[in-house]
Design a binder for this molecule. Sequence first.
Ligand code: PMP
Length: 436
Amino acid sequence: SISLTAAAGEKSRAAFESARQLMPGGVNSPARAFGAVGGTPLFIDHAKGPHLFDIDGNRYLDYIGSWGPMILGHAQDEVIDAITAAASRGTSYGAPTEAESVLAQQIIDAVDSIEKVRLVNSGTEATMSAIRVARGATGRDKVIKFAGNYHGHVDSLLVAAGSSAATLGTPDSPGVTAGASRDTIVLRYNDVDAITQCFADHPGQIAAVIMEPVVGNMGCVPASEAFMKEVRRLTADDGCVLIFDEVMTGFRLAYGGAQERYGITPDMTTLGKIVGGGMPLGAYGGRKDIMDQVLPAGKVFQAGTLSGNPVAVAAGSKTLEILKRQPPYEQLERLGKKLADGLDAAATSAEIPHQVQQVGSMMTLFFHDQPVNSWDEADQCDRDRFAKYFWGMIGQGVYMPCSQFEALFFSRTHTEAMIDETIEAAQQVLAAIASD
Ligand code: PMP
């Protein structure tokens, strides 16, 4: 029989109780607390390939992949060997290494918009730094972001920021001052009129437009081609910097990211997740003239004790090498389409109002009867139904993102048979929801 209620094991529940005494909400990043689905998170013991193993001894087919990085599957042998070899030579020097140049070259070769790059420690650092550089390079203050796009917990970008924040019903964080967000303009995603009007209202004042080219942080919501093209045209005409935040989409939707897939080249790009191969590493880069504003080539300050860390660089560099050598992208496209079609058919046969939105190995089953193109539409989804779906799938051994507003990801270790099993599980769970 199918259970639709919270079902963490005894050991996970005990571990969560202890952790809550020690860390805020028991976690080091809010989405992990399962707050949106009203339960106890599963505490993980280890992971291999497409599977997670919790401390209660349960095995799950993983559709989070550490929220994006694990495109090669967990504990990939060559990546682990590279990490081990690097660590045995010392874990941090605070001095340059040749390995950093190798990874920089891999990134520059892969990503069209990047002529020069700087390595940092997270996606948040990448976007924070890119915004500073864009402001420094243009001498302008204002930044446009889109509602439901998340760019990490940068003060000035923590406005209408989707996923964790939206899920918990606190789209703006206490502690972010009015001053920090005063120069941030929030617009509706996929709304050509809104951004056209904004440039007409603020000519020559906007330093940067930052966007997720395919949003993962309000569920999977792609930009329409018309919208992306218009944003590119408006930013070029105005002389402001277009930043694609490809922390999620980089090396996932194509080796060269969403910009390769859609054939639109921004001025700057931010990366994280896959580029670090599961270790803490982010990157930002762009045109030479923009990147040469960064200290010590230029005057815009940005630094990091652990930036270019040899262990993280080894993991990232090996991951990119494997993706280049054995591109998984055709397989990810084919299985992504199969999973999307299967989830769609399962929800249709259960007569549950829904939308499946998918790009490659990123997708979301929205419990909403209309296409979701912007945050105000995502916000109309049936969160209670999502929570039942989530726990129903956990009961079937399938670990989906624990929020309606997070996209699922899968890896090249997910086989066709596993996708079939996932669809079968969804059929049973959605049928149980329909008769609940
Ligand atoms: N940008 C995007 C598009 C993201 O999805 C995320 C993280 N989910 C970030 C930035 C922030 O990255 P990090 O969590 O590594 O700081």
